[in-house]
Write a protein that binds this ligand. Structure first.
Ligand code: PRP
Ligand code: ZN
Ligand code: MG
Length: 219
């Protein structure tokens, strides 16, 4: 890794990938794709982009492998709920808005979190869900999955799910409806909690200022 360049971790594929690149281009950076499509180098600034799995971005940034990252607040918050630090949110980026919701088969009548008592809830966000349940004073069983959470009620793996909702299409096509929202999310810029070497701090500050300009112009 080149310590004379700033390293930004972005999502390789998924809902934030294309918008992350658009933001960086809109901020005036010219991107050159490297072989294998796993990274880009910026032509007109000492910056490299690494395209990685979204769930790996917090670890990359917290470990200092990357200086900054673009990730959903949901991913950052899940890590923080697990009691792991090393990351700070720099700014919201105004795209990738979604919410982390509790959902149930359509027709379930919900009168608040008490309705979840004793139930099984499937999620890929066990720490955020656990924190929510504790705050509500509700004991329930969390079924941790790696994905495809929306099929859990149909397979009788769980009574409820806790998952991201963006357009709502995934819930609808699985006969599920939102009961409650536990986190509002959007893409955020995250940074390593430690300070950067001064020449790179200048590069980072300039990039953050450009991002602020782009985000403000899109409001
Ligand atoms: C989320 C979630 C649903 C989908 C909901 O997954 O798990 O599958 O998006 O979006 P919708 O309301 O627009 O249908 P996502 O693809 O973001 O991430 P993942 O691959 O990490 O599960
Ligand atoms: Zn993911
Ligand atoms: Mg999904």
């Amino acid at each position: 890794m080149d310590t004379q360049r700033l390293h930004i971790a972005i999502q390789k594929s998924g809902r934030l990938a294309e918008r992350s690149l658009e933001l960086i281009r809109a901020a005036g950076y010219r991107l050159n794709k490297s072989a294998g499509e796993l990274s880009y180098s910026v032509e007109n600034a000492p910056i490299d982009l690494w395209c990685v799995r979204d769930d790996d971005i917090p670890t990359f940034v917290a470990d200092g492998v990357a200086d900054l990252g673009i990730v959903g607040r949901n991913v950052l918050a899940e890590r923080e709920s697990a009691g792991r630090d090393g990351l700070a949110e720099v700014m919201p980026l105004g795209f990738g808005r979604c919410k982390l919701c509790i959902a149930a088969p359509e027709g379930f009548s919900y009168d608040g979190p008490g309705a979840l008592r004793g139930a099984r809830i499937a999620t890929t966000y066990p720490n955020l869900l656990s924190r929510f349940l504790k705050e509500q004073g509700v004991e329930a069983e969390i079924v941790t999955m790696r994905g495809a959470v929306e099929v859990a009620p149909r397979l009788k793996l769980a009574d409820f799910i806790c998952d991201l909702v963006s357009t709502g299409a995934t819930l609808e096509s699985n006969g599920l409806a939102v009961l409650d929202t536990i986190l509002q999310s959007e893409a955020v810029l995250v940074r390593n909690a430690r300070t950067l070497a001064s020449d790179l701090a200048h590069v980072a500050d300039s990039m953050i200022a450009r991002f602020r300009g782009v985000v403000a112009s899109q409001d």
